[in-house]
Design a protein. Sequence first.
Lengths: 207, 207
Amino acid sequence: MSRKSGVLELAVLGLLHESPLHGYELSKRLKGVLGPLRAISYGSLYPCLSSLQRAGLITTDDSASETGPGRRKKNVYKLTAEGKERLQEQLAEGGPSAWDDDAFGVRFAFFAQTDADVRLRILEGRRSRLEERKERASTSLRTREKLDRYTLELQRHGLEAVEREVRWLNELIATERDGDAVRPNRVPSTTASTATTLGQATEGDHL
Amino acid sequence: MSRKSGVLELAVLGLLHESPLHGYELSKRLKGVLGPLRAISYGSLYPCLSSLQRAGLITTDDSASETGPGRRKKNVYKLTAEGKERLQEQLAEGGPSAWDDDAFGVRFAFFAQTDADVRLRILEGRRSRLEERKERASTSLRTREKLDRYTLELQRHGLEAVEREVRWLNELIATERDGDAVRPNRVPSTTASTATTLGQATEGDHL
DNA sequence: GTTAGCATGTAAGGAGTTACATGATTTT
DNA sequence: AAAATCATGTAACTCCTTACATGCTAAC
């Protein structure tokens, strides 16, 4: 059943869930979602759109040739019911490589349209993935097997970065958890609370 | 002229420059170089070795069937003269995407076998690449265009990671510059200073 | 005697890229 | 009238992955 995976498909579905768009506009928004680098090219976007359409996950409203007259036909795509289902499915499921850097980044980018429980699962999935890395990195540092100083420095730097991200995730998870209880209406001060709400993780760092 | 690029080729050449190795052993070392994740598979390693051999960059000494008798024939590869040239060329040149996370990580991993001036160029290339990112990220934060709080938080975190890596690079560059006259020993031991990406780009990679 | 690790490969395919091809519209 | 930007696509290729196929040896 076309388990296509791929960051691109997910990003497209996510963007179309916000609002219908045509290819060219999509490509610009994708830069925002995937980061300014890692821009996708038309050579992969348009084929992706065709295949999503064939799969029945998106449709193009040929009805009105949209807004301005004259211009070349814009193919404006929007999600179908199956498309919406699929998006939720993809966001939720922790497939083999769903916690990779890119994959997590895209999922995070659509958090605003995601249910609280799914958000939590994603954050926790990412955290456990990072903790594996951290484990490997720190054992590799402990049992120093004649590493030259550059390799050593690289490992040290990498380890610290991972630890940092884990702390970041811990804060987000904590915030997400008490937002969960207070559900509706005003959830207070989420913006500033990332600082020390549950800043349990070793505050040794000052800079 | 087989401008193959690709992280794998570079990593293989780098490892073979240290010592001759056979495929299976290479694959284990590659995990070290590329980071424990992003392990390459035999399905890409062996074809890569064949093609490097065809290109005359590596050779296999069929002469002695190496060490232990009995075992299956080990194809032990080593660099040819052209291979060594090519390695230096690849390490030095700042091709289109030589400062990507992966590409930089691999280059850094072989610093111990690299000339001081090349090291400097690599570090500076990486830094300027990161500074572009930083610029884009911080303008994007300044001109906040109705970003939801998650996107905002992601950007903030990404920006901090990039800034951290720039500081790390600054220290390395400084050390490299006066280490020019002095010698080994100290790597910047300023303990509380690090950022993202080692062999594998910790998510801060976009923005 | 069977699992685990060593050792090498091939075939098929996924996810994307670059380069090309086309054409309309707006800005300079 | 030239250049930029909007808009859509195709073809060929790259780099890598998964799954398969093979066989030997060491350890449990």
